[in-house]
Design a protein around this ligand. Structure first.
Ligand code: NAP
Length: 310
């Protein structure tokens, strides 16, 4: 029997995804019909972007699963009309992009690159930067992205600590968990990278108290989600010198409003939510594999725990 797959995302996404999804579903041996429109009661799976027009899942009476195109699920996880499993995006291309983005911004701080680009004033400051082994980097969140980023940083030689909800063991990474673990993870961190999901439990993970745990002059890199940081507390920490610099890719309101103090702050770099994105070719393979598994009676991969919110 043909499996009906609804692609529910902005129209421009369809242009990007139609071909790779068709190829991956074909390669997976699935007999499918992939479209942007169906009668709801005929749909088996929805490939889904939370900003699509589909917000009420009630009419989708034979739906088996919703396959999110994004890693973050905060805009769909609380949808009470969604009664079937929700998977989030774990995509090799997305992960690799995040590794590269975090690595670039970490190296900017580690090597003091700004000092040489901005400080070209005829003064010969010939102090070499330390080696990575002498730079303490903490990654908050050790999921698909955080664990890969932590391992890549450790692979370059950084002294890496990671923090997650549940205890973990990752080669080359000192792993902490729980609220005591957060204190340990932050207390020596010279560079902190946030790769937590946006849930009620992670809101304001960096606040006045936790920012004060970090050594004076630490730097913050946030490619996770805006609500992970108490903005007023970060601005105060930047103004007092507790935090030396912040690179922020994500914000409570996006696009970041023109009048927001982050734009003009000399110690903040704003990037427009570009740290990494789902790549159509690799993401399509993940989606096709998940549909193949579900049709074959195997458990879906990357299922969201609705009670935890990620
Ligand atoms: P993930 O695999 O779900 O991992 C989330 C990690 O956060 C896990 O290690 C989890 O701990 C930890 N965590 C969750 N709640 C926690 C809590 N209350 N206390 C401590 N740790 C907690 O997610 P991911 O795929 O790595 O993605 C992380 C986030 O990156 C996404 O949710 C999204 O918001 C963001 N993102 C941003 C971009 C961008 O372009 N800026 C792109 C993609 C994703 P456990 O391991 O114990 O479960």
């Amino acid at each position: 029997m043909t499996t009906n797959i609804l692609f529910a995302a902005k129209a421009e996404r369809w242009t990007t995804y139609e071909q790779p999804l068709t190829k991956s579903l074909t390669d997976a041996g699935i007999d499918f019909d992939l479209r942007t429109e169906f009668a709801p009661e005929e749909v088996d799976y929805i490939v889904y972007a939370p900003n699509s027009e589909v917000q009420d899942f009630t009419p989708y009476t034979r739906l088996r699963a919703v396959l999110n195109l994004w890693a973050g699920v905060e805009d769909v996880v609380g949808n009470e009309t969604l009664k079937v499993p929700l998977t989030r995006m774990v995509d090799h291309g997305l992960t690799q992009g995040m590794i590269e983005w975090v690595m670039g911004h970490t190296l900017r701080y580690h090597l003091g690159i700004d000092g040489h680009i901005l400080g070209q004033d005829g003064v010969w400051r010939n102090e070499a930067p330390p080696l990575a082994q002498d730079r303490k980097v903490t990654v908050l969140g050790l999921g698909a992205l955080g664990a890969a980023v932590a391992q890549a940083l450790a692979g370059l030689g950084f002294d890496v600590t990671g923090w997650s909800r549940s205890a973990k063991e990752i080669d080359g990474v000192r792993c902490e968990s729980g609220s005591k673990g957060l204190r340990a993870a932050l207390s020596k961190a010279q560079i902190v990278v946030l790769l937590l999901p946006n849930t009620p439990a992670t809101e304001n993970t960096l606040n006045a108290d936790t920012l004060a745990l970090m050594p004076r002059g630490a730097c913050v890199i946030n490619p996770g989600r805006g609500p992970l940081i108490d903005d007023d507390a970060l601005l105060a920490a930047l103004d007092s010198g507790q935090v030396a610099h912040a690179t922020l890719d994500v914000f409570r309101i996006e696009p970041l409003p023109a009048e927001h103090p982050y734009w003009a702050h000399p110690l903040v770099t704003v990037t427009p939510h570009i740290a990494s994105e789902t790549r159509a070719t690799t993401a399509s393979q993940v989606i096709a594999e998940n549909i193949r598994r579900d049709l074959g009676g195997e458990p879906l991969l990357h299922v969201v725990d609705r009670s935890l919110g990620y």
